[in-house]
Design a protein around this ligand. Sequence first.
Ligand code: ARG
Length: 461
Amino acid sequence: MSNKMWGGRFSERPDAIMEEINVSIDVDRHLYAQDIAASKAHAAMLAAQGIIAAKDAKNIAKGLDTILSEIVAGSFDFKRALEDIHMNVESRLSELIGPAAGRLHTARSRNDQVATDFRLFVRDTIDGIDAALAGYQHALAERALQHADTVMPGFTHLQTAQPVTFGHHLMAYVEMAARDRGRFRDARKRLNESPLGAAALAGTSFPIDRDATAKALGFERPMANSLDAVSDRDFVLETLAAASIAAVHLSRFAEEIVLWTSPLVGMVRLSDKFTTGSSIMPQKRNPDAAELARAKTGRVIGALTGLLIVMKGLPLAYQKDMQEDKQGAMEAFAALSLAIRAMSGMVSDLVPDEARMKAAAGEGYATATDLADWLVRELKMPFRDAHHVTGRIVAAASTQNLPLHELPLAEMQAIEPRITQQALSVLSVESSVKSRVSYGGTAPKNVRAQAKAWLKRLEKE
Ligand code: ARG
């Protein structure tokens, strides 16, 4: 028997291989809630416009509710022969309510249907990711407040640069997550238009009300061009691009956690809850969650590049290639939200080794800039000269293997006679971070204010 949904002109069944390459139910079954919501909105509109009878619309809505509860309960029988979620739902609807089910597809095509479903799905996904990112920011800001005074080395080129505070470092990721959330919000704004009613590609001759279905589904307005409505997936691409950037941010932090927890560095200890052991080496504490959060980036960026490549050569309007838009994107969004949750978990209960951090912050002449700044401030030296003088003092300390503050004052004065005892007071890591009071700087009081402001803002959301 040929296909009941589209087989009128066919006399043979599809080959098993045809079915295998064509089927998408394993992926698009995840769109069931959106598919049913969109069908209900469509049926209600058809009745309101007098296109189908009110009684049929009522039965359709009732049948769709039954299907929803069957799917949620796990009793729905998804059939591969029915290709996708749209035909599975419609076929079950006709079992439940009879021929009226066949009226649901009036003035609609699977092309506008799938575009609508997936927009709704991506919109829900964005909302979920936004909430997860807010939780991540909250975890970071709480720890930052707790560690506003905890001094650690700041690096450039992975060489000790200047002391910073652990709280300041954590707050950097709060800011990144804020921009990530902004990018998702922007994508959400642009995607929030309804393709429903574009039908196959050209619109329809029925007197439909696209404003009504758009409104019922929480869209801002109907999409203005029916060809565009069914043939673009830029909303997925844009969301994947935002997801890729967010994943890269998480990955950089994950990389730092891997580095910090290495016994070679030893600045941070993860809780047992977020550490795994080795089956052969009994001493091991592996930061697997951080490593996997770092690795999930591959999936997310892979989905973005994969879909860009699927889309790049497609003429208008719908092409079946576009069925490949879902799997990678869904996996990517799931990977990202898991990575966000794993990072939040690690942040919440990691323990910094404050003594080790402080010692490391003082190594490598990290306060040399503070001495140069002192020369500028107290002796009115041009910064370039102060830099040179300090460089010579560092060299003298370095040949004797001494930290700056242990180099005898007389030896500093041999290089710059006007240096006084007072200069030594700026060389401690604490006074260094305390002095960085410029807006956005690492001073503990800045960090405390920033962390508090963020916590307040997040709690109000
Ligand atoms: N399963 C399809 C997809 O995800 C639905 C649209 C099918 N449309 C069509 N004309 N075959 O893209």
